[in-house]
Ligand binder design. Structure first.
Ligand SMILES: [Zn+2]
Length: 314
């Protein structure tokens, strides 16, 4: 990274309202500067050569965690600006370490992805002579897409990291850096299954992503979302923040409750599968999907914390 960019790091911008429901009615639950003891905790998250030096740049940065009284989202009020984000995802997180870790865990992740995609496919009605279109948004090192290809889906990835896009070329899987480029290259395809695995907690504005994905989804399609589990405690301590977890600084900007996920779905044209589905939607679900499989997904999302399913029924 160029020296002048590094000098301007870290810089943060303030989110004026809840990034899910836009309410300004929120409490501040944690507000402290990164002092030596928090820096020591952060340095345990990033372990590679020179990581201490990169983490130390964040000394004296403010960490402010808010709780939205309207939708119960917990969120970082200060989010990294674009240069700082670039630094976080290209220098603070070491690409080789991340790739090695992924390779170690890949057999288990592949199996889980394969079962998930089969589960999602089983909810869809229709004639599957044509290949199903699957989009994995934020595909990372591509394990989900490899499972998708194995199932003979027409699979596409979206990923911002150049290293990860290059890596997918080795497997002959199309990966684009944004939805805009996907639409330019493939003429706005309609997608049957979208997966969003550990992505929404990282983004400054989750509404924009869900609205864009709503434009892409086939009217009989399904969206799977996985995020870290919600921190339910009313008080948030430094021990919960400065560790690998749902609110770890600089990376995990949003911590979703079921209520906040419901608000997010509503604002962006989706319905969240859960116990509060209204009668009108039950009829549409019955018409468009395999009803029993959808009920099983609802049960799954209630048991498995941080797992959500959405349908484009509005
Ligand atoms: Zn909110």
């Amino acid at each position: 990274m160029k020296k002048e960019i590094k000098l301007s790091i870290p810089k943060f911008k303030e989110r004026p309202s809840c990034p899910v429901c836009f309410s300004k009615n929120y409490d501040i639950r944690f507000n402290k500067k990164i002092k030596k003891k928090y820096l020591d905790l952060l340095q345990k998250i990033y372990k590679y050569k020179n990581s201490n030096k990169n983490v130390a740049l964040f000394k004296e940065s403010n960490i402010i965690i808010c709780y939205c009284k309207n939708c119960s989202l917990k969120f970082h009020k200060l989010v990294p600006n674009s240069n700082t984000l670039k630094f976080i995802y290209t220098s603070l997180i070491d690409s080789e370490t991340s790739k090695r870790k992924n390779l170690r865990n890949e057999p288990l992740k592949f199996k889980k992805s394969f079962l998930l995609l089969k589960r999602l496919r089983s909810t869809l009605k229709g004639n599957f002579d044509k290949k199903l279109n699957h989009l994995d948004f934020g595909c990372g090192w591509g394990t989900m897409l490899k499972a998708s290809k194995y199932l003979n889906f027409n699979c596409i990835g979206i990923e911002q990291s150049k290293d990860q896009v290059e890596n997918m070329k080795l497997f002959d899987i199309r990966v684009y850096s944004s939805i805009k480029i996907l639409n330019e290259k493939e003429g706005c395809p309609k997608i049957d299954i979208i997966t969003l695995n550990q992505v929404l907690e990282h983004v400054t504005n989750p509404n924009i992503i869900l609205k864009d994905l709503r434009q892409l989804i086939n009217e009989h399609g399904i969206l799977y979302i996985s995020v870290p589990p919600y921190i339910n405690n009313s008080q948030i301590t430094a021990d919960e923040i400065f560790v690998k977890g749902p609110l770890q600084p600089f990376e995990h900007l949003n911590c979703f409750s079921r209520n906040s996920m419901e608000n997010l779905a509503k604002n962006s044209g989706w319905i969240l599968l859960g116990p509060r589905i209204c009668n009108k939607n039950i009829i549409s679900i019955f018409r468009k999907y395999n009803f029993i499989k959808i009920i099983l997904l609802i049960i799954h999302s209630l048991i498995k914390k941080g797992t959500y399913y959405m349908l484009p029924l509005r």
